[in-house]
Design a protein around this ligand. Structure first.
Ligand SMILES: NC(=O)c1ccc[n+]([C@@H]2O[C@H](COP(=O)([O-])OP(=O)(O)OC[C@H]3O[C@@H](n4cnc5c(N)ncnc54)[C@H](OP(=O)(O)O)[C@@H]3O)[C@@H](O)[C@H]2O)c1
Length: 285
């Protein structure tokens, strides 16, 4: 892995984890295709780092994805390292998130990931080699209330990654899931922006639930200093260059505690643990 001149693709490389990962791969000698909507940022990255090719794509637009996939299929040197990283969140109780917003979220976080993977696989199969890294989250394995829709998209990413890993192993293609905890990137800001003013549109029934859970989550984060995207980019690079990568890598604040509890408790006990953590135990409105 990592021979000079191989092609890598990083989706969502205009900021955060994707940007840091693309830089590392280019520094290791890969030709790196960086994809996102903000082409100005991708162009700037290409000016700063050798070996980077910017490609503008809106992964919420199926037609846009198809022309991007055609470009990928036509590459002379196929993608051998695929980092499916683009993603965002919307917040809100399940009742408060419109189906339109849920569909768009799944378009970017899940369907685009599947379609881009499908476009890269023929090239990898031809070589009997390749590495696919899918960005899940700690909430790929449990949910935080008021953020269930985002967690659902990441649960689906986990399932697709697990299936791909087993299906592709006989063909020499490795599939790795990354589960970041909370990382300081633009992710939080984008989530707030995509969610809009939840409190003005929710039913009064939910107000106390939001306020209580919000305070509970605030308490969980009190005093925690969030790591930047380097932590996850370094983890991705470790997986890409490993001779035998693990199925899953987790990193970041709260990943040990929450995933540890999720894997050691039964469903009812974990439900009580989470309800308690967010301060909703016994709440009646
Ligand atoms: N930060 C965290 O706490 C955290 C925790 C767990 C998992 N993750 C996951 O890690 C991945 C990277 O997140 P990050 O923290 O680096 O967030 P970020 O800084 O907001 O980066 C997200 C990237 O996704 C791209 N993107 C979003 N919508 C897109 C669209 N419609 N079409 C094309 N590209 C799109 C953005 O590019 P443009 O806006 O330019 O299109 C950007 O480059 C995501 O999958 C996220 O779910 C993050």
């Amino acid at each position: 892995m990592g021979e000079k001149g191989q092609t890598a693709l990083v989706t969502g490389a205009s900021s955060g984890i994707g940007r840091e990962t693309a830089i590392r791969l280019a520094e290791k000698g890969f030709q790196v295709i960086v994809a996102a909507r903000r082409i100005d940022r991708l162009n700037k990255l290409a000016d700063q780092v050798q070996g980077i090719t910017p490609k503008q794509v809106d992964l919420s637009e199926p037609e846009n994805i198809e022309s991007f996939c055609k470009y990928l299929s036509d590459l002379k040197d196929p993608v051998t390292v695929l980092i499916n990283n683009a993603g965002y969140s919307v917040r809100g109780a399940v009742e408060d998130v419109s189906l339109k917003d849920i569909r768009r979220l799944f378009e970017v976080n899940l369907f685009a990931l599947i379609r881009v993977t499908q476009a890269c696989l023929p090239g990898m199969r031809g070589l009997r080699s390749g590495t696919i890294i899918n960005l899940s989250s700690i909430v790929g394995k449990f949910i935080f209330p008021m953020s269930g829709v985002y967690a659902a998209s990441k649960h689906a990413v986990e399932a697709i990654s697990d299936a791909l890993r087993i299906e592709l192993r006989p063909l020499g293609i490795r599939v790795v899931t990354i589960r970041p905890g909370v990382i300081a990137t633009e992710f939080n800001e984008v989530g707030i922006q995509m969610t809009g003013d939840l409190m003005s549109r929710t039913d009064p029934d939910y107000k106390t639930v939001y306020e209580t859970a919000g305070a509970g989550v605030g308490k969980m984060f009190a005093g925690i200093s969030l790591p930047g995207p380097d932590l996850i980019a370094d983890t991705i690079i470790k997986a890409v260059f490993s001779d035998a990568p693990r199925a899953v890598y987790s990193a970041g604040p709260m990943s040990d505690e929450f995933l540890g509890q999720r894997f050691s408790l039964d469903d009812d006990a974990f439900d009580r643990f989470m309800t308690d953590k967010v301060g909703l135990t016994g709440l009646k409105v």
